[in-house]
Write a protein that binds this ligand. Structure first.
Ligand code: HEM
Length: 454
């Protein structure tokens, strides 16, 4: 990073010597970034050690950084930590390499292809429902993680991870919950003793690597194209796309991780919100009964379920599974009358912008009605960006959008999970926004006389 004349930076909280605001940020990132926006306004400076990080909190900043000037703002620096786990996959690379890889993977996410995954999504959801018993208490986050992992593995890699799901789920959790190499953090120091965060991170990574490399080796040994992404990547490798085995591993690991963790969080938060808002749940159930009458939803039903759409959309506003995005400016740029040099780092946070009072009015309230035909259109572009925006917008968005809606419609017609009284629900920002203690819910059977059972 280049050094910067800090005299002309936007205002922000006073930095402490050496660490700047890094300790405050690390202690409670969610309250901190919202607090900074409230205190200092649209554009503010946070000091991460000696380096300023510019918190940009207007929808037009999102458009400028992620869309209009996307080429100037790379994800380098920010992706460094994720790269230890995911290697050089789609999430963690930039420039020509990223564009080439994105083109390579894109066919797996075309509309028709995504719709063809609906059967897999329903099949595995039913398999889970078969194991649920009325009034049983479960950790809904764990259940959703296992389910979305099984779905993405089958849809994209043509494998069933039912047996491995608990071990792989724990490995992903250990990797995410124990980040290594963060500046100003003692937790990630490379001390490899049992029970140190570093040890847990590395052990998790070894488990994931063993699985993914094993999968690649199996596909190669089979020597046949089963139409999945691993076959596609191996074919590209054979056709001279200069992909190493490590790169095939990195893309596979990226899609595996990105393809289940965020969706599981979105579903978990939605079940929690529905449990806290029985009026919304009743209205949603009425729509489901009206349109589906107890049968399974299909991709074609989704346009006829506008309230389901509004519920999922609003849930990802209140609890955005990706809560912030960082970028690194390759060249100088101007914003809000400030001139920033190359090397400046900027942050746009869904957690902040999805809750700006001047845009949302009552941001703390979960109110799907705000997304109705008439109201939804008034929301400015850039104010809502759970999947990011611009050339790096989530490639899995159509997959996740369909999956979240199909799973909710299927599950809710059978069970209405209810928060166990007194369970502490605390959002915890890691790479994704997870509930810190999971969310314990009791599986109340959905009771609607008019609902035709399957
Ligand atoms: C509710 C679910 C999801 C949310 C909220 C979400 C969110 C995001 C966001 C915000 C980004 C942009 C990151 C950035 O610009 O730095 C992203 C990128 C990405 N997502 Fe998702 N995602 C979800 C589901 C999925 C699924 C299901 C898949 C795959 C099956 C997936 C694969 C990816 C990949 C590969 C990228 C990197 C794209 C690129 O940089 O070209 N995501 N996601």
């Amino acid at each position: 990073m280049t050094s910067m004349n800090t005299a002309h930076l936007p205002p922000g909280p006073a930095p402490m010597p050496v660490v700047g605001n890094a300790l405050q940020f690390r202690r409670d990132p969610l309250s901190f970034v919202r607090g900074v926006q409230r205190a200092y306004g649209d554009i503010a400076t946070i000091h991460m050690g000696a380096f300023p990080l510019i918190l940009c909190s207007r929808p037009e900043h999102v458009r400028s950084i992620l869309v209009e000037n996307a080429r100037n703002f790379t994800n380098r620096e920010f992706a460094a930590n994720l790269r230890r786990t995911l290697g050089d996959g789609l999430l963690t690379t930039d420039g020509d390499f990223h564009r080439q890889q994105r083109r390579l993977v894109q066919p797996a996410f075309h509309k028709k292809r995504v719709e063809s995954y609906a059967g897999i999504m329903l099949q595995h959801t039913h398999a889970l429902l078969e194991t649920w018993r009325p009034s049983a208490e479960i950790d809904i986050l764990g259940a959703m993680q296992a389910l979305t992992m099984r779905i993405v593995a089958k849809a994209l890699f043509d494998v069933d991870v039912q047996r491995e799901a608990p071990e792989l789920g724990q490995a992903f959790t250990d990797v995410i919950e124990n980040p290594v190499g963060l500046p100003f953090s003692l937790r990630g120091l490379p001390i490899d003793l049992p029970f140190t965060p570093y040890h847990k991170h590395m052990a998790g990574l070894r488990t994931l690597d063993a699985y993914v490399f094993g999968l690649i080796a199996r596909r190669r040994a089979e020597g046949r194209d089963v139409g999945d992404i691993v076959s596609m990547l191996l074919r590209a490798q054979e056709e001279g796309a200069s992909m190493t085995d490590q790169q095939v591993r990195d893309q596979t690991m990226t899609l595996f991780a990105a393809g289940h963790e965020t969706t599981a969080n979105a579903l978990t938060w939605t079940f929690y919100l529905l449990s806290e808002h029985p009026d919304v749940r009743e209205k949603l159930l009425a729509e489901l009964v009206d349109v589906l009458a107890g049968r399974d939803p299909t991709a074609d039903d989704l346009p006829n379920l506008p309230y389901l759409d509004a519920v999922v959309t609003e849930s990802m506003r209140v609890f955005p599974p990706a809560w912030t995005q960082g970028r690194y400016a390759q060249g100088e740029f101007e914003l809000e009358g400030y001139r920033f040099p190359a090397g400046t780092t900027v942050m746009v946070s869904q957690w902040v912008i999805h809750h700006l009072p001047d845009i949302w009015g009552d941001p703390a309230i979960f109110r799907p009605e705000r997304w109705s035909e008439t109201h939804g259109r008034k929301i400015p572009q850039g104010a809502y960006f759970p999947f990011g925006a611009g050339p790096r917008i989530c490639i899995g968005m159509p997959f996740a959008q369909m999956e979240a809606r199909l799973l909710l419609a299927t599950i809710l017609q059978r069970f209405s999970p209810q928060l166990v009284p007194g369970w502490p629900v605390v959002p915890r920002p890691r790479v994704t926004l997870r509930p810190k203690y999971g969310i314990r819910m009791s599986l109340e059977p959905t009771r609607l006389p008019a609902l035709a059972r399957r």
